[in-house]
Design a protein around this ligand. Structure first.
Ligand SMILES: CC(C)(COP(=O)(O)OP(=O)(O)OC[C@H]1O[C@@H](n2cnc3c(N)ncnc32)[C@H](O)[C@@H]1OP(=O)(O)O)[C@@H](O)C(=O)NCCC(=O)NCCS
Length: 162
């Protein structure tokens, strides 16, 4: 009985969270950008003993910055970089660790792909960490070529025609 109560409460809270979720493009240098960098730092860099350099963050001015928020909380993010007139590269996909497996990553990638299509791009690529390959495969991305190392971590190039 108590377990059922906890499950119903959890589902209620989850529904509330998803109802308030917003997906949007943000400005470089804004408060939301700083929150995004904090999330990326804690999910993608600190676990590897790395951090972002000033120059690395500066060039992000030219990139499409996408976040998923709930009121003032940063739930997840990714960035899109122009490779050529047809292709965008998705990078820095991260979801807050306590929220993995709740569909936030899926919402972000769907939003990013729709944005890319609206802007006339035909292909999305990414350097996928090997631990995230299964996630990208769910959305139709395919591995291209051999494994390589980036930020001390095994990766594969993946791509999808939009
Ligand atoms: C990878 C990541 C972005 C996925 O986000 P998420 O919100 O947890 O994913 P979702 O809940 O939207 O999952 C969507 C589907 O992908 C699956 N999935 C999620 N992460 C997966 C993984 N690492 N491997 C295989 N499948 C995965 C889910 O089970 C779900 O499948 P279903 O639709 O059959 O239920 C998130 O786990 C994360 O931030 N990981 C750490 C950082 C990272 O590795 N980023 C990618 C760098 S290339």
């Amino acid at each position: 009985m108590q377990a059922l109560f906890y499950e119903l409460s959890f589902n209620y809270l989850l529904k509330k969270l998803i109802q308030k979720m917003a997906l949007k493009q943000i400005e470089h240098g804004s408060n939301e950008y700083l929150q995004m960098v904090n999330l990326r730092d804690s999910v993608l860099r600190k676990p590897l003993g790395l951090t972002f350099s000033h120059d690395e963050l500066l060039i992000e001015k030219n990139e499409i910055l996408i976040v998923c928020t709930e009121e003032d909380k940063m739930l997840g993010c990714c960035m899109l970089v122009k490779v050529n007139n047809d292709t965008l590269k998705l990078r820095q996909m991260a979801v807050a660790p306590n929220l993995h497996g709740k569909g936030i990553g899926a919402s972000i990638i769907n939003f990013a792909e729709n944005l890319a299509k609206d802007k006339g791009f035909k292909k999305m690529t990414m350097h996928a960490r090997d631990t995230a390959i299964g996630f990208y495969e769910k959305f139709g991305y395919q591995i291209i070529g051999k494994q390589f190392i980036e930020v001390n971590t095994p990766h594969h190039l993946m791509e999808k025609l939009l």
